[in-house]
Design a protein around this ligand. Structure first.
Ligand code: SF4
Length: 366
């Protein structure tokens, strides 16, 4: 499912049956153009499909234009308060902007922005975060999800009234239940492309778990077209976690699918060290969906390992390697360094010859 409507940002389709897209936001300010270019390069390599960039100073218009020109990832300029920044972003070739019509200080500004967006085919994202909902909105709509939805609708109304529907909408809070409910309410009322995420989710494992909990519940209901994992930390990790979520839901296959047992007293090999060893041996262009299984022992190991492109299971005398369910090799631990690389190379060759798709064939949503 996902949204019925779709938008195109820099040649990438969002909604309307497209795969769930993965976004991030540059952590680097536009004042450091070289660092922005480098961050975008890293994001592109990781699989980022839309990068938001804070545009908070009109003197950075030139830098934004250069970035829009150079970037292989479509950009979305993030703007608050001043509609002139939105006009400047569209003028210098940025294909989407994120604005809050409610906090534009010039009452005539929105009309000018909509005209410019219309003329240039730019997409406008509007939306509310828990932190942007004011006390009047809380009082009017009731707190939590209803206030979030009310705040989104206040921003959406002038766009719909103007006949501008090239939009992405979002409702995000730091509360998972609140965000889930707000997204359900919006999806039930509007056909627009929906951006999904848990805002200010935190850092490290906490942030990843909170994001996964919220985003997964929403996506599994067929809601949402593009996601951002908002983490305190580097933007590449946001992309890695986002694809991890999509892989877990069977919606995308990007990257390697690692399966490993949690280990217990029966383990015959150091599973953690072996996972890291195998990951380090994988090439940068590893086929999407390539599945590696590392199992500690012979109890469940061979069966789990056999289902993978390459599976390694600990065994009484050392280890056993399977390729797509077929026994490939075995040996003692000392022989691992000699045997594993050639088995892995063969498994990669087999996978590379086949047509691998980033989109899972099990994806029911898109
Ligand atoms: S595969 Fe073996 S070592 Fe790993 S958790 Fe299962 S029983 Fe324990």
């Amino acid at each position: 499912m996902g949204s019925a409507r779709s938008v195109d940002i820099g040649g990438v389709k969002f909604g309307g049956g497209a795969p769930v897209r993965v976004e991030s936001m540059l952590k680097t300010p536009l004042s450091d153009l070289d660092a922005c270019v480098e961050e975008l390069r890293v994001l592109k390599k990781a699989g980022c499909e839309l990068a938001r960039v804070a545009f908070a100073d009109e003197s950075h218009k030139r830098a934004l234009g250069i970035l829009a020109d150079k970037s292989e990832v479509p950009l979305m300029a993030d703007i608050h308060f001043n509609h002139k920044f939105a006009l400047a972003a569209i003028d210098c070739g940025v294909s989407s902007i994120r604005v809050n019509p409610g906090n534009m200080t010039d009452s005539g500004g929105l009309g000018k922005v909509l005209s410019a967006a219309r003329m240039n085919g730019a997409v406008i994202r509007i939306g509310a975060n828990g932190g942007s909902v004011n006390s009047a909105q809380n009082k009017k709509y009731g707190k939590g999800a209803r206030a979030l939805v009310g705040a989104v609708e206040e921003q959406l109304k002038p766009l719909i009234d103007s006949g501008f529907e090239n939009v992405i909408i979002s409702a995000k809070s730091t509360s998972v239940p609140e965000t889930v409910m707000a997204n359900q309410m919006l999806a039930g009322k509007y056909p627009f492309v929906q951006h999904v995420g848990i805002t200010e989710a935190g850092s490290g494992i906490d942030g990843a778990v909170k994001s996964a909990a919220g985003i997964s519940v929403i996506l599994s209901q067929g809601i949402g077209d593009t996601i951002r994992v908002s983490l305190t930390g580097d933007s590449k990790t946001e992309i890695e976690v986002a694809y991890g979520i999509l892989r877990s839901l069977g919606l995308r296959k990007k990257g390697v699918n690692m399966i490993s047992c949690p280990c217990c007293g029966r383990k015959r090999v150091d599973v953690g060290a072996l996972c890291e060893r195998v990951k380090a041996m994988l090439p940068a262009d590893v086929p999407d969906g390539f599945t590696v299984a590392v199992m500690g022992c012979e109890v469940n190991g061979p069966r789990e390992a056999a289902a993978a492109d390459i599976g390694i299971a600990g065994a009484e005398k050392g280890f056993v390697i399977f390729k797509r369910g077929v026994y490939a090799a075995s040996g003692n631990i000392a022989e691992m360094e000699k045997i594993l690389p050639s088995c892995l190379r063969e498994a990669l060759e087999i996978a590379g010859r086949e047509k691998y798709f980033d989109i899972s064939p099990n994806a029911t949503v898109r």
